[in-house]
Design a binder for this molecule. Structure first.
Ligand SMILES: Nc1nc2c(ncn2[C@@H]2O[C@H](COP(=O)(O)OP(=O)(O)OP(=O)(O)O)[C@@H](O)[C@H]2O)c(=O)[nH]1
Length: 194
């Protein structure tokens, strides 16, 4: 049943600056299509089963509105969340700088040192306008104990891989912080840490 919560259900939040290509990655991954029309997103969610090590994980992918340095981290992006896809555009240095800011807000909110995450350099087809070296992306991920990949929703390159890496980080239990699915009537609070 689509959206049914099982023991294997994983909740993944996609965060990043405005217009970096978050929705396009989710749409390409879930629906297998790409549009170059830009509709600023508020929030939406989609479901897709991701297979990791031979096990199927029904995943809820929460596609968020673009963040800036003044955005408060919505508590719903911390409670009961298993992993994070943190997106920047390789053609925007500012969006790259935002990734650390967002990551810091998450770990600060959760009271953890690290959370399972993949950092995604989106719009990898825009190499001619590149403002972020691949090495910088890899270094940022390494410094935060996260995975990293460059992907293009337009060319459908590494899109599935990005979400699979996120699931791998979750299952690896990077920080021992993978959260169980939040019960529907969970009381308010910060992260559920097991
Ligand atoms: N060249 C290129 N453009 C892309 C790619 N992915 C997205 N875009 C374009 O970038 C613009 C923004 O894409 P979205 O996916 O809506 O970005 P978003 O991060 O969800 O934006 P917000 O809803 O504002 O947070 C659109 O015009 C897309 O067509 C890509 O892989 N390559």
């Amino acid at each position: 049943m689509p959206g049914a919560v099982t023991l294997n259900t994983r909740k993944i939040v996609v965060l990043g600056s405005r217009s970096v290509g978050k929705s396009s990655l989710v749409k390409q991954f879930v629906e297998g299509h790409y549009s170059d029309v830009y509709y600023p997103n508020t929030e939406s969610s989609a479901n897709k089963v991701i297979t990791y090590n031979g096990t199927e994980f029904p995943c809820e992918l929460i596609d968020t509105a673009g963040q800036d340095e003044f955005s408060q981290l919505n508590s719903r992006y911390a409670i009961g969340i298993h992993g994070y896809v943190l997106v920047y555009s390789i053609a925007s240095r500012a969006s790259f700088e935002m990734v650390q800011i967002i990551y810091d807000k998450i770990v600060d909110y959760c009271g953890l040192r690290t959370v399972p995450a993949v950092i995604v350099g989106a719009k990898a087809d825009l190499n001619a306008c590149r403002q972020v070296d691949a090495m910088d992306g890899a270094r940022l991920a390494h410094a935060n104990g996260a995975a990293w990949i460059e992907a293009s929703a337009l060319r459908d390159e590494n899109v599935g891989k990005a979400f699979e890496l996120c699931l791998a980080e979750i299952e690896r239990g990077t920080a021992g912080a993978a959260a169980p699915p939040a019960p529907p009537d969970a009381p308010g609070g910060k992260c559920v840490v097991m």
